[in-house]
Design a protein around this ligand. Structure first.
Ligand code: AMP
Ligand code: MG
Length: 324
């Protein structure tokens, strides 16, 4: 249980330029005072994240929008009112109080109001903006429990607020509202369908983002095991073949094949509900790593609703492992 004194202490750490791991409804964040460039620099070094990759600034409520962003378009304001607090990040023109260190040098800023009682209370008590990327080493799987944060970052964090497992389980949807038209830079916890319904017009989802978006790095969200994607009806045969070749195979068994006999080292039965799947996804990847799998065979869900974000993360987990 989190006590008021824990929140006070965490706010004090932020004021002193320290790092606080905080629970949100998406994943755990590694937070610093967004207006303190030295504190923000510590976030980058703790994560091993290149300094050109911008952070999301977390706010206590939509009423703070205009103090952190300039020239907020009506459509962005509508989305903030409709979806905040919630798993939606808006990219807007940077307000003057946002240091360039927090935006990776960009003239734009990513803002979000998280829907988690602990995060909201911390933001309220702290009073400022908290710059927070996911609380994991750069490129690896985002943490959805406080234990994941301890395992990934340990001593690099000054204070960890344990708010239990994250409800949504995948990162926020990022909407770019800096151009003439809105577009989705990264699919996430708010579905494309619900955004379009609120706006009354369709949203573009560019294949490769024109803006530099760290979440779009090919090998982002990757476990240690290599991830291979196949068609749902090939998962069982592919797993058996790789296991026979001497791999320690972890299988993501699609719901339609839940009862099929499987030859593998470890099996994850993919839930029927995309909400449950998103909630468990990163935990599954970590568990298969812990069980010693060196290869994960999975397939993509239908890319509608939360399935769009799940498929995006699986593709990136399966992406080429280069220098990042
Ligand atoms: P992470 O929580 O590690 O996924 O990092 C925060 C996310 O916010 C990254 O995926 C960034 O791409 C995104 N982001 C932050 N600021 C901007 C910005 N100004 N333009 C585009 N994306 C941004
Ligand atoms: Mg991340």
């Amino acid at each position: 249980m989190i006590r008021a004194s824990d929140i006070e202490q965490a706010a004090e750490v932020l004021r002193a330029g320290g790092l606080v791991a905080l629970p949100t409804e998406t994943v755990y964040g590694l937070g610093a005072d967004a207006e303190n460039p030295a504190a923000v620099a510590r976030v980058y070094s703790a994560k091993g994240r290149p300094p050109t990759h911008p952070l999301i600034v977390h706010l206590a409520g939509a009423e703070h929008l205009d103090s952190w962003a300039d020239g907020v378009p009506d459509a962005a304001r509508l989305l903030a009112e409709r979806f905040w607090p919630g798993p939606l990040t808006l990219v807007l023109r940077r307000g003057s109080r946002v240091p360039l260190e927090a935006t990776g040098g960009l003239e734009t800023v990513a803002l979000r109001v998280p829907n988690h009682p602990v995060a909201l209370e911390l933001l309220k008590v702290f009073g400022g903006g908290v710059a927070a990327p996911s609380a994991n080493r750069f490129g690896s799987v985002s943490p959805t429990t406080a234990d994941h944060v301890r395992a990934e970052l340990g001593d690099a964090v000054d204070f960890i607020l344990d708010g239990g497992p994250c409800e949504v389980g995948v990162e926020s949807t990022i909407v770019d509202a800096t151009g003439d038209t809105l577009s989705i830079l990264r699919p996430g916890g708010v579905t494309r369908e619900s955004l379009e319904e609120a706006l009354g017009f369709p949203l573009a989802v560019p294949e490769a983002s024109p803006v530099r978006v760290p979440g779009q790095h090919p090998s982002h969200y990757a476990p240690r095991a290599r991830v291979v994607l196949v068609e749902p009806d090939e998962v069982v045969a592919e797993a058996a073949r790789a296991q026979d070749q001497g791999h320690q195979v972890g299988v993501f068994l699609p719901p339609a094949f839940a009862d099929a006999p499987v030859k593998a080292h470890a099996v994850v039965r993919v839930p029927d509900s995309d909400a449950t799947y998103a909630h468990r996804l990163y935990g599954y990847l970590r568990e298969l790593d812990e069980q010693g799998c060196d290869l994960i065979i999975a397939s993509l869900p239908t890319e509608a609703g939360l399935g769009l974000a799940i498929a995006n993360r699986l593709r990136r987990a399966a992406g080429p492992r280069d220098a990042g």
